[in-house]
Design a protein around this ligand. Structure first.
Ligand code: SAM
Length: 279
């Protein structure tokens, strides 16, 4: 049996940097990622960017069905060969960013699903947000991303990494930093190390006005060096004295900064501002 590298070579495959094509062939690492994702028999998996199909194969061995979306048509003969034994995989040659939610439902159905991907770096944030904010939410999103991004997704308050994306994720689920992955594991080798993160989606904040919370998060990180109150004042065009009264009424110091507050704090403050706006 040919190795994946031999199959790539025989097909004269040229790695495309603009598609973030850095492939992984280490079976132990791929199996570990499938375990990290908590894939079990009966699971439906959506994979983004199967590449040469190495992760896809491991997913297919555990899950009941894998839908793999790949932008690069040049990978078609390669995937046909590497996945020829894996009958439960459908490869869809489409840019995932252009697949609207209705089309996604048409393809994968309406049953629960999990997202797993060794993500192309250039679309990390849009992909995460798309699957967090859709009308049909996955049970979990397990992604291999640049280490610095992984740190931001899972950051704690009062750290440099903590920011709007950390909070946007916390509003929808729990992010866990699972393992580091050295750049040496990829072909071709990128200039950065990676890490695996799993986001378990929950409906803890189902009753919350998420639009209002997101508006506040957006405003809070407009200028990182400013205090929360100055950022809200600029973002909402509200009187600073009134805002100070809202914050102190909720038990917050007027000088507090956005990066010091948890998602629960944001929810509380967004509600306080909302009440002020309807007065
Ligand atoms: N899963 C493989 C692995 O682990 O070896 C490949 C991962 S590689 C980092 C990213 C893959 O995503 C590439 O195959 C690339 O062509 C594909 N890709 C990039 N942009 C995409 C998009 N917008 N939609 C679907 N696939 C995309």
């Amino acid at each position: 049996m040919k190795t994946v590298n031999e199959i790539l070579k025989d097909n004269n495959f040229k790695f495309q940097k603009n598609f973030g094509q850095n492939f992984i062939t280490d079976t132990n690492l791929l199996k570990a990622m499938v375990d990290d994702a908590g894939i079990e028999s009966g699971d439906i998996v959506v994979e983004i960017g199967p590449g040469a199909g190495t992760l896809t194969r491991e997913l297919s061995n555990k899950a009941s069905k894998v839908f793999a979306f790949e932008i690069d048509k040049n990978l078609e003969p390669i995937l046909a060969e590497t996945l020829k034994e894996n009958q439960n995989v459908d490869v869809i040659f489409k840019d995932i960013q252009k697949v609207k939610e209705e089309e996604l439902i048409d393809i994968i159905g309406t049953k629960d699903f999990k997202v797993v991907a060794n993500l192309p770096y250039y679309i990390t944030t849009p992909i995460i947000m798309r699957f967090l904010e859709g009308n049909i939410l996955p049970k979990s999103i397990t992604i291999m991303v640049q280490k610095e991004v992984a740190e931001r997704l899972c950051a704690k308050e009062n750290t440099e990494e903590f920011g709007a994306i950390t909070l946007a994720i916390a509003l929808e689920g729990d992010a866990k930093y699972l393992r580091d992955v050295s750049r040496k594991m990829f072909t071709p080798q990128p200039n950065v190390d990676s890490a695996i993160v799993r986001i378990d989606i929950n409906d803890k904040y189902k009753e919350v006005d998420k639009k209002a919370v997101k508006k506040l998060i957006h405003a809070a990180f407009l200028m990182r060096r400013k205090t929360l109150i100055n950022n809200i004042e600029a973002g909402y065009k509200l009187d600073k004295k009134v805002l100070a009264a809202v914050l102190s009424g909720l038990g917050y110091n007027e000088k507090v900064r956005g990066e010091a507050l948890s998602i629960d704090d944001y929810i509380k403050i967004a509600k306080g501002i909302d009440e002020l706006l309807v007065l």
